[in-house]
Write a protein that binds this ligand. Sequence first.
Ligand SMILES: NC(=O)c1ccc[n+]([C@@H]2O[C@H](COP(=O)([O-])OP(=O)(O)OC[C@H]3O[C@@H](n4cnc5c(N)ncnc54)[C@H](O)[C@@H]3O)[C@@H](O)[C@H]2O)c1
Ligand SMILES: O=C(O)C[C@H](O)C(=O)O
Length: 308
Amino acid sequence: MKVTVVGAGAVGASCAEYIAMKNFCSEVVLVDIKEGFAEGKAMDLMQTASLNGFDTKITGTTGDYSKTAGSHVAVITSGIPRKPGMTREELIGINAGIVKEVTQNLVKNSPEVIIIVVSNPMDTMAYLVHKTSGLPKHKIIGMGGALDSARFKYRLAEALESPISDVDGMVIAAHSDTGMLPLLSKATRNGVPVTEFLDEEQQKYVIEETKVGGATLTKLLGTSAWYAPGAAVSVMVQAIACDQKKMIPCSLMLEGEYGQNDICLGVPAIIGANGVEKIVNVTLTADEQLKFAEAANAVREVNGDLKF
Ligand SMILES: NC(=O)c1ccc[n+]([C@@H]2O[C@H](COP(=O)([O-])OP(=O)(O)OC[C@H]3O[C@@H](n4cnc5c(N)ncnc54)[C@H](O)[C@@H]3O)[C@@H](O)[C@H]2O)c1
Ligand SMILES: O=C(O)C[C@H](O)C(=O)O
């Protein structure tokens, strides 16, 4: 299994590192536009191989996409991250052009590739890849829900004063500060609804902190997060590489599912060797349905700024 990661910055390098450490891929190719940067990151990571015990071969290239030929999966992390006080949506002006160009280069060299979109604003960038790549829809997957769900579980465990391994939960809808929908109604501690343990104030705190998870880290770090994003991507790549048929919330092109059309939004899906094997329809409460529709309206407005 050959994986390309475009963008050897914070998220791209973290993603390559987690993929290598889990030792399920034969090859990871890092691509960046900055001269020598991807080569340097690849060499540094390869010098951890004997220390960390992996056999994945990591190489880097400055923009030579012939080196990515025959990739099974490609991850797009190229583009700028937000700074404190910014929204993800403000990145569209620069990142749309980058994502479009990168997509064309990837598909030209790997026509069968499955693309995982990470660059922000992610739901809109995933939509852009659908509109410009010519790939079938099951081969384009936006990464947001896997990360947001991990942050939801972190906040749930904090409120429950429990180990994270006791907790399960999922975030769907948009990967944005306002459009995320943590499904509290379905979150559990060892199968017991968390609503049995948390009062209303605690529930509200968990939901709000989850939604602004990325903004909180951006304020602390001065740029956006990379460890959990990289780990979330590695889980998705492994689900494809190992045909795990794992249920992961991902930003996918909807054609009637959840009452939406012609939009990429976070929904639970089965991820396996073919990319998206199936979108899973879960029953939402009336309030969740309303919030999902509101998130869709907001993403649709951002999509309106795209030029194809
Ligand atoms: N979807 C998510 O959950 C999620 C999580 C974290 C970050 N992000 C997004 O991922 C993106 C990357 O974040 P980061 O922290 O790694 O940023 P970064 O600045 O550390 O890295 C981005 C890299 O992309 C490279 N790049 C720019 N244009 C390129 C091009 N045309 N071809 C190849 N490489 C190019 C840059 O040189 C840089 O090394 C941002 O848009 C950020 O908002 C999304
Ligand atoms: O918050 C950001 O801008 C980066 C990313 O989308 C995240 O959620 O960490």
